[in-house]
Design a protein around this ligand. Sequence first.
Ligand code: PBG
Length: 327
Amino acid sequence: MFPQSRMRRLRMHPQLREMVRETSLSPKDFILPLFVRHGVNQQIPISSMPGQFQWTVDRLPEILADITATEIPAVILFGIPEQKDALGSDAYCSHGIVQQAVRAIREHAPDLMVITDVCLCEFTDHGHCGVVNESTGRVDVDNDATLELLVKEAVSHAQAGADMIAPSGMMDGMIAALRGGLDANSFSHIPIMSYAAKYASAFYGPFRDAAESAPQFGDRRTYQMDPANGNEALREVQLDVEEGADLLMVKPALSYLDIIRRVKDAHPNIPLAAYNVSGEYAMVKSAAAAGWIDEQRITLEILTSMKRAGADIILTYHALDAAKWLG
Ligand code: PBG
């Protein structure tokens, strides 16, 4: 009770403030998303994501040098192929854009961990995350037909040299199918980071510009989760754990800190990632550019809040800036 108890005593000395700090943030926590596109000698700015670019494979060494100068341990790749088709065939082609990028990173930054996003939406001409069944009148992605393609994609990424795969399509049975497919192809050592609770979110808007993957009709609400649901996220996560996910992910992060906390409490022993998505990044960048907020302080506060909520790992477009600020 006051006056015996004075909370401010712990806040007076800067060294003591640091000693009692409960949450730490380090560049080692970050995974940087990278967009790789077909073509030659291009670094195309993504207008809705200032500071982020689509890179052609030959230009990747520039950004790789920036990354390896920090302690950021990993990147996650998204590909923009030259040709899209109904079945997203570039996604599982041995010389597809992601496969080329994986090989280039292996060569130019051998110590950097390469994670690949396993999904079809960047590769399909309709922009949905799987095989679309035209007959029903609603956006009906054929779950089981999609699983077969996702297995081909994951195996193809592993063959190119990916260190970990991260399936983001929100198909049922996806983790079991991918685990089985990887194991059957001598990739039992390749871990799976599951986008276990992924919401149908407006926060992905800028990403869809960046990856040129906006759905051409309808939306993703028949496979991604309803933002109103929390209990359902725990069921999704539970299934992925049972199917063999090695790491879990909640996405988006900032409006879903409660979900991050609940998943961590339910599965304290499984590493948890949070995806600080494109719309979250764009909001910070635009307000900072207008001079309305302090970009550095806001960014570090946001990233710290994700760790405090329970994330062990953060996928973030702020990774290079935050690594610089964290010194
Ligand atoms: C692919 C995928 C998306 C994101 C990551 N993987 C887009 C989507 O589901 O529409 C979004 C990432 C971001 O917004 O930063 N399915």
